[in-house]
Design a protein around this ligand. Structure first.
Ligand code: COA
Length: 319
């Protein structure tokens, strides 16, 4: 079964394998659309993921997706496929496919009632004290439209400082149009967005963090991006913006209406991958002492179309 979806900047495909009305497997892929921001450096990369319901595994269902994968790569002129998995079965499957492990990450979760709010307040105070010339800006919504022209390139610059291990990748290019589209999608999903940034006296944005909350997952706050410019690191800006944003978010979700702003929800939690809340020792991100829990790590694999074509074709046809 083929499912169609129309995204503004990506070509997406979705397929499902159905058995007796049950969806036993799904397949999703994404590639940058011609003309989209960053198309020139991202056009050769196809991202894909698929999953098979546990009782239906080891019957060749995932293998049966491979001809579709090859067709999509050829159709859009992609040379490299990137896949990711947090499960050993997925890692084994990708090794079987001949893909190479290129990036490893962990998702860290923080139980909000365990947050040391006195420490957060210290981070806020010390951040302001350590950078007296720097302004803190708090947006309890998306970044206002009038600011997007100057915000988008500065966000792109910060996003492109993220570590990628050995993963080949294109540039991240955020534009006002792209951000408006993202915000529209967040609004459609009922998400509440909070952004905190720091601005230097010369107008340069030195740090950005954003989080979102949605009514369909009321106990989870999602940490989105956090980045501090390399020339502004080591001044406590990461801790300053994260503590400010966490305080703003936990004080504003409807689940907490009636409680004192700044007090965490009794059962709330916050989660994020390697790029956000980090267990101690990760450069550029603050650690939330004792409260951060690491989930099993996710690995990203990639495989070159040119190198793997014969292997893919053999794998797809073997029963
Ligand atoms: C990974 C996954 C999609 C494989 O689905 P599947 O239908 O069982 O895979 P297939 O039957 O087509 O397996 C093809 C080959 O992959 C390898 N493989 C698949 N699962 C494996 C496992 N658990 N352990 C070792 N090898 C495995 C085998 O070599 C297998 O061939 P064989 O059965 O002839 O030995 C499935 O286990 C899954 O949904 N895992 C969780 C989601 C996930 O990690 N997805 C990652 C893909 S992006």
């Amino acid at each position: 079964m083929r499912i169609l979806s129309d995204q503004k900047f990506e070509i997406n495909h979705a397929f499902e394998v159905v058995h007796d009305d049950d969806m036993v497997s799904w397949f999703r892929s994404a590639v940058t659309k011609p003309g989209a921001p960053g198309y020139d450096t991202n056009r050769y990369f196809l991202w894909c993921t698929f999953s098979v319901l546990a009782p239906y595994r080891r019957r060749g269902i995932a293998r049966s997706h491979l001809p579709v994968l090859l067709e999509l790569m050829d159709r859009d002129g992609c040379r490299t496929v990137t896949m990711e998995s947090e499960e050993e079965s997925g890692h084994a499957f990708m090794r079987w496919l001949g893909a190479e492990k290129k990036l490893e990450g962990a998702e860290n979760r923080l139980h909000i009632p365990d947050v040391d709010w006195a420490m957060m307040q210290r981070w806020i105070d010390e951040g302001a004290k350590g950078s007296p010339e720097t302004n803190l800006e708090v947006y309890d919504d998306h970044i206002p439209d009038a600011l997007l022209e100057e915000f988008a390139p500065q966000l792109s610059a910060l996003l492109n400082t993220m570590p990628w291990d050995d993963l080949d990748h294109g540039d991240i290019v955020e534009t006002p149009e792209f951000l408006r589209h993202e915000y529209e999608r967040m609004d459609l999903a009922g998400q509440r967005h909070h952004t905190v940034l720091t601005r230097e006296p010369n107008g340069v944005i030195s740090g950005i963090t954003d989080m979102n909350w949605a009514p369909h997952r009321p106990k989870i706050l999602e940490q989105m991006f956090t980045g501090v410019r390399p020339d502004s690191r080591g001044r406590g800006i990461g801790k300053w913006i994260k503590a400010t944003c966490s305080t703003a978010c936990t004080g504003s979700t409807p689940t907490r209406s009636g409680s004192r702003p700044g007090t965490p929800t009794p059962t709330g939690r916050c989660w994020r991958s390697t790029r956000g809340w980090a267990s101690s020792g990760t450069a550029g991100a603050p650690s939330i002492r004792s409260a951060a829990t690491s989930w099993p790590s996710g690995w990203r694999f990639w495989s070159k179309r040119s190198v793997r074509a014969a292997r893919f074709a053999r794998a797809a046809s073997r029963r």
